[in-house]
Design a protein around this ligand. Structure first.
Ligand SMILES: CC(C)(COP(=O)(O)OP(=O)(O)OC[C@H]1O[C@@H](n2cnc3c(N)ncnc32)[C@H](O)[C@@H]1OP(=O)(O)O)[C@@H](O)C(=O)NCCC(=O)NCCS
Length: 197
């Protein structure tokens, strides 16, 4: 497995990895019918805006995992609102569909909401998402990408970062605990973790 910075050429894989890990760490196919939807919010915009803050794990089958991040969540949310979400909204117009799962309804509505930042963002200005396909899990790759991310935060003087993890995603929570991440806040359905550097 090769670890390297992300690149826009990785995008089709990022969409796929995001979908296949998007339901509390497991394949989201049962709850989200559209395989691109999650990636349009949680993976693709990061590598389009700033590949320097994205890393991928690549083997002979392609990208098997990624860490996507931004050093400045407030600026990122501004860019989402001005440059990214308007076009994504035009691809996913708001229509009623009672057959949709609560998860799919939530992500479709989220795309139509203004992107924002949590009120603790000034202390933890960066944020990240990290996902590996099953074939790449449990081999220390997540630990290595977190290490690369932390090194870059330090070298560029970013004072802290946060992330959100689903309350039901206990495996990822165990991984984050091992990395030494600390609880910032518990909110409905999500636990915010982070670190000040
Ligand atoms: C969570 C995830 C990013 C961890 O990355 P990883 O490369 O698999 O983790 P590592 O191999 O670096 O594990 C490091 C340590 O984390 C802990 N850990 C990792 N996966 C774990 C699991 N499934 N259960 C319990 N502990 C786990 C272990 O303590 C492990 O140390 P060890 O190898 O000495 O036992 C990865 O498994 C993943 O992408 N999962 C699916 C998607 C997901 O849930 N993403 C997070 C969304 S918020």
């Amino acid at each position: 497995m090769i670890l390297r910075h992300g690149h826009p050429a990785d995008l089709p894989f990022l969409f796929e990895v995001c979908h296949r890990t998007g339901h509390n760490g497991l394949d989201a196919s049962e709850v989200v019918s559209d395989r691109l939807l999650l990636g349009y919010y949680f993976a693709a915009p990061y590598v389009v805006r700033d590949p320097h803050w994205c890393w991928t794990a690549v083997d002979e089958q392609g990208v098997a995992g990624y860490l996507v991040a931004t050093p400045d969540s407030r600026a990122f949310a501004g860019w989402m609102n001005s440059h990214w979400l308007p076009t994504v909204r035009s691809l996913y117009p708001q229509t009623e569909n009672p057959a949709r799962s609560a998860t799919e309804t939530w992500i479709r509505n989220t795309i139509h909401d203004a992107a924002g930042v949590p009120d603790f963002v000034d202390g933890y200005p960066a944020h990240l998402h990290i996902d590996f396909l099953p074939r790449a899990q449990g081999q220390g790759l997540g630990t290595k990408l977190i290490g690369a991310f932390l090194d870059q935060l330090r070298s560029e003087g970013v004072p802290g970062f946060h992330l959100g993890v689903g309350l039901e995603n206990t495996k990822a929570q165990a991984f984050y605990a091992k990395q030494g991440f600390q609880e910032i806040r518990k909110a409905p359905g999500v636990l915010f973790l982070g670190l000040k550097l």
